[in-house]
Design a protein around this ligand. Structure first.
Ligand code: OOG
Ligand code: MG
Length: 267
């Protein structure tokens, strides 16, 4: 295929994914169906996020995905992936998320890092990361039934939809085996450990530098890095109260606003 055809195909796929997110409509796995490689899929992701940036959003960080066995097993994809975070995806801690425009949202407990400076390959975690926080990620695959292959999920910006960052704090000495809970309406629905994140969540930083660098992306000072879920993700129902608890770090929470589309909704 000629270069211009590939470029046109990348732009068309990004536009389909953008529209699926904007209209809250699931689509088939169009990226694997088109035979794209993971590298081409990252080009689709970039084109997809560029569309958001053209609409005025700002890049504020990266997220790692499928860094835990629990997530790989849940999604049937066995590769670490990464996506881009924009300011419009950020939900204030304790804030409300309107679920009406989403397809099939899920939540997962995470750990977030704050970059002290632009990161270069080989940089050590201690000098590059200024702070750590408990976090929640809201994911919403644009593919039907939340099913995808590796190139599909990469192109779909790794299902990124929203994120909540709890209180930032200096990185304590040991963060490689902290207990993690996901609570919905006060009930524990998932339990895990930060050890589930690549054996040590600090490795999410070196992987982000390495894998982002492969696609020409440098982690910037002030950016957030989501290290990846420590447990499987759980569906977010309208009206649910969600809390992630990370041992020694505290909590991050959100609540979903009742869907305006749900039958019988009064507001
Ligand atoms: C892909 C995104 C995975 C994580 O933390 O593992 C992810 C998905 O599961 O839809 O964000
Ligand atoms: Mg995640």
């Amino acid at each position: 295929m000629s270069t211009s055809t590939v470029a046109g195909q990348i732009a068309a796929l990004a536009s389909r994914l953008d529209e699926a997110a904007a209209t809250g409509t699931a689509i088939p796995q169009i990226v694997s169906a088109a035979g794209l490689t993971p590298d081409d899929a990252y080009a689709v992701q970039q084109a997809l996020v560029d569309r958001r940036i053209e609409r005025g959003e700002r890049l504020v960080g990266l997220k790692m995905g499928l860094t835990s066995r629990a997530k790989m097993a849940q999604m049937g994809v066995e590769e670490v992936i990464w996506g881009r975070l924009t300011d419009a995806m950020r939900v204030p801690d304790g804030g409300g998320v309107p679920t009406g425009g989403l397809i099939h949202p899920r939540v997962e407990p995470e750990v977030a890092f704050l970059l002290a400076r632009d990161a270069r390959p080989g940089d050590d975690f201690g000098s590059a990361v200024r702070a750590v926080a408990p976090a929640l990620e809201l994911i919403d695959s644009r593919y039907a039934d939340f099913r995808f292959s590796l190139p599909d999920v990469i192109a779909d910006n790794t299902s990124a939809s929203g994120f909540v960052i709890g209180p930032w704090q200096p990185v304590p000495a040991g963060i490689d085996n902290l207990g993690v809970l996901l609570e919905i309406d006060g009930r524990v629905v998932q339990t895990g450990s930060t050890a589930a994140i690549l054996g040590d969540p600090r490795r999410a930083f070196s992987e982000a530098v390495r894998l982002g660098g492969r696609q020409g992306v440098t982690l910037r000072e002030g950016w957030v890095l989501l290290a990846g879920a420590a447990t499987a993700a759980v569906p977010l129902a309208p009206g649910a109260r969600v809390r992630a608890v990370v041992e020694g770090l505290g909590t991050a929470s959100l609540h979903s606003l009742p869907s305006l589309r749900s039958p019988g909704a009064t507001s």
